[in-house]
Design a protein around this ligand. Structure first.
Ligand code: MG
Length: 375
């Protein structure tokens, strides 16, 4: 197999077509583009693999600059001269160079590498990523609608998404029990049969969230509550799990199988949120296997990635037993996904069967959205 001879890193700003705000700040909005990093890995024979990282420091500490310098300075020398089939070896060497401590150590940057290598290996072997990792269970992956807005806007937007074919609604709540209660009711008023997945993005502590729990106790539309308390507050998750009649899920508290082991040992969660953006393809499988063994249900989500991250997520989720429609919401918010060959029908995204990611990256668009970083 031809060796890797070239690595390109592209920092990008991709415009948002509608506002997406979480409790800790903006993911993006018109005039506030999303920050992405595309990674292109090329072999001596000219085969190309693509990866994407979607840093967002209001969600997690990595930035567009740190992902860029991590990939350029520390990861590129590991990749050059290796075979694309050396995925395990490359991931191990990345962890030797950028040592995980109690977190995964630059997980977003490492995820871009993991995705690009699977895309590249799939293309060389002539098989889609889902085949590389054991084969898809489904031809289409169903998506949830991401609802972020005010009491005046969330109902109408949820109704619009329902009319487009969505059944599940992931509602971003902000940390004020009264306003969040109103947000939930405003959504249900316009979509009475909505299945609601609440995501607080760490906005509460276990006391303030218990105030919201009292208000929402009778609302059967709610199917799960995600990350009500800060990333480090495993005890808070556990306290709320004991109080809540709704399942409690971890997102920002869980990047790896090591995190899951601690959460299971503490009996702190019912469910978890897998994201290829935070765990890559290989570590997502480690988490999934441990979740299966310990009876934790898996949901799937993303970081509002464009096409490369979206399709990597779609391939992986198609191979797993995921319990709710996945929240891969790039198509809802981004002006451009930078790829061709994507098929979406309503809430259903087709799992590609062409080699690698199974789509084509539009390199002219990568050039168009490229930015120069001051590093
Ligand atoms: Mg989340």
């Amino acid at each position: 197999m031809s060796i890797i001879s070239e690595v390109e890193v592209y920092p990008l700003n991709i415009p948002f077509i509608r506002t997406f705000k979480i409790s800790r700040g903006y993911i993006g909005a018109p005039g506030k583009p999303g920050e992405h990093v595309y990674l292109k890995i090329v072999t001596k024979d000219g085969e190309v693999g693509w990866g994407e990282a979607r840093p967002n420091p209001s969600w997690m500490y990595e930035t567009i600059e740190s992902v860029y310098t991590t990939l350029k300075k520390y990861v590129t020398p590991i990749l050059i001269g290796k075979s694309p089939s050396d995925i395990n070896k490359i991931l191990m060497e990345m962890d030797q160079k950028l040592t995980p401590v109690v977190s995964s150590g630059q997980p977003f940057a490492k995820s871009a590498v993991d995705i690009a290598l699977h895309d590249l290996l799939g293309k060389i072997l002539g098989v889609p990523i889902h085949t590389l990792i054991g084969g898809k269970l489904t031809d289409y992956v169903e998506m949830s609608a991401l609802i972020s807005g005010t009491v005046d806007t969330v109902g109408d937007y949820a109704k619009e998404m329902k009319d487009r074919g969505y059944r599940f609604f992931k509602l971003k709540i902000m940390g004020d029990p009264e306003i969040d209660f109103q947000l939930i009711n405003a959504l249900i008023e316009k979509v009475p049969d909505a299945k609601i997945w609440l995501d607080a993005n760490q906005a509460y502590n276990s006391y303030t969230f218990s105030l919201l729990l009292r208000k929402i106790n009778d609302i059967d539309n709610i199917v799960v509550i995600e990350q009500p308390v800060p990333t480090y507050d495993f005890l808070g998750l556990k306290r709320l799990r004991e109080k809540s009649r709704f399942p409690i899920a971890a997102d920002e508290s869980l990047f790896s199988h090591h995190d899951l082991l601690k959460l299971v040992w503490m009996d702190a969660i019912d469910m978890l949120v897998l994201k290829i953006a935070k765990s890559g393809i290989k570590t997502s499988h480690k988490i999934y296997s441990l979740a299966e063994a310990t009876g934790i249900a898996c949901m799937g989500s993303g970081m509002t990635e464009s096409g490369v991250g979206l399709l990597a997520s779609t391939h992986v989720f198609s191979t797993m037993n995921i319990v709710a429609p996945v929240d891969t919401n790039g198509p809802q918010f981004l002006k451009d996904l930078l790829i061709s060959g994507l098929e979406i029908n309503g809430a259903m995204i087709k799992v590609p069967d062409k080699p690698g990611l199974g789509i084509k990256v539009k390199e002219d668009k990568v050039e168009e959205y490229k930015v120069t970083l001051n590093v």
